[in-house]
Design a protein. Structure first.
Length: 367
């Protein structure tokens, strides 16, 4: 079975073709500023451009949509749903296209996959573990109603589960395998550290609590603010100085480490620290401090019974950062670094489980 996987980002696209679970090729494409500007303000143009680009990537490698058995895209912002593979139907496509639950580059993953499916004669099309996975449900392992995790101090603003579900779940599964355990036997804390930072409490295969890493709360990251003082933010919003777009960029995109020291290149930031840059050291220390504090919160979610703390994502390539975090959280459990992310493979594995009959795909319905 040939499975085509696509993972759209804000400024590019990652794609790969697999024969069953063996990768035939993969490619990462960066869009030019001209291409980005051409689609600016028109989601319809951007969807068509990204679809056309995906088909061109296939053709470049000598493949066509007609030889595909299935297509799988990184899922976007949808209503709260459980983990696993989901069939991309009209209801899902409508919610992704309308951005009913928010705008995110991964919204295009499901839309492109559906278009390719139709082009190929209605082959199976899936998303797997989208960012809106919400498993804050009653669980035996915590012996309480995990609905409590949804409650905030404002009834009309409940906590939302928006996180790096795909990579977190894939990494947790791999660590469980290395331990010789089934994922249903494990309790992990998984911290995905990249452009955004999300820290999840994984209990018996379910993520029972996690911070909202997309303009929500939790640690700051390379370019996101994380938790800020609400009252001060309200003052900024109503100061008359900033537009809504400017405030949004202060929270996501031009916040976090980048706002403090003017760089998103973590390797260069660490080099600055080793060269004696006191400000860079302070900000990275604060980043590690905040991530460690969030990990500590997840330990509470799991009643202190944790098989491992797992650090993953692009920033887990930094031994400097991992060591700072390890120094603060090693009392909780063993700390395991799994650098980088393999989201394309995780997408394919999710689709393959359905195609091989190991699991059943979920069917999306509107709220």
């Amino acid at each position: 079975m040939k499975i085509f996987a696509i993972n759209p980002g804000s400024t590019g696209m990652k794609a790969a073709l697999y024969e069953d679970l063996e990768m035939l090729w993969s490619e990462s494409v960066a869009y030019s500023q001209e291409e980005i500007d051409r689609c600016k303000g028109s989601p319809e143009k951007e969807e068509l451009f990204r679809f056309t680009n995906s088909v061109e990537i296939l053709k470049k490698h000598g493949n066509g949509v007609s030889e595909l058995s299935a297509v799988v895209g990184r899922g976007g912002l949808l209503r709260p749903i459980s983990g696993g593979a989901w069939i991309i139907n009209e209801e899902m496509a409508a919610d992704l296209r309308s951005c009913r639950y928010g705008r995110h580059a991964s919204n295009f993953g499901g839309l492109i996959a559906k278009r390719i499916s139709e082009e190929a004669g209605s082959i199976p099309a899936f998303i797997v573990d989208p960012v809106s996975v919400d498993e804050f449900t009653p669980l035996v392992c915590v012996d309480e109603m995990s609905e409590v995790a949804h409650v905030s101090g404002m009834p009309n603003l409940p906590k939302r589960s928006v996180f790096h579900a795909l990579n977190q779940k894939a990494v947790a599964y791999k660590v469980a395998q290395k331990m010789g355990k089934h994922i249903d036997q494990c309790r992990f804390i998984v911290a995905h550290m990249g452009g955004g930072v999300t820290v999840g409490a994984h209990c018996e295969g379910k993520v029972i609590d996690v911070n909202n890493g997309l303009g929500g709360y939790g640690p700051m990251s390379l370019e996101r603010a994380g938790t800020v003082h609400a009252w001060d933010l309200i003052d900024l919003c109503f100061s008359g100085t900033y537009s809504r777009k400017e405030i949004e960029r202060m929270v996501v995109g031009e916040a976090g480490v980048a706002a403090h020291i003017g760089s998103r290149d973590f390797r260069k930031i660490v080099e600055r620290i080793h060269s004696g840059d006191v400000k860079a050291k302070l900000i990275v220390d604060a980043l590690a401090y905040q991530i460690a504090a969030e990990i500590g919160s997840r330990a509470v979610n799991l009643y202190g019974k944790v098989d491992a703390v797992i650090l993953t994502g692009g920033l887990a390539n930094s031994a400097y950062l991992c060591d700072l975090i390890r120094d603060r959280v090693s009392w909780i459990s063993e700390v395991i670094c799994v650098p980088g992310e393999d989201e394309l493979r995780a997408l394919v594995e999710g689709a393959y489980k359905v195609l091989s009959g190991e699991e059943e795909a979920h069917v999306y319905e509107k709220e």
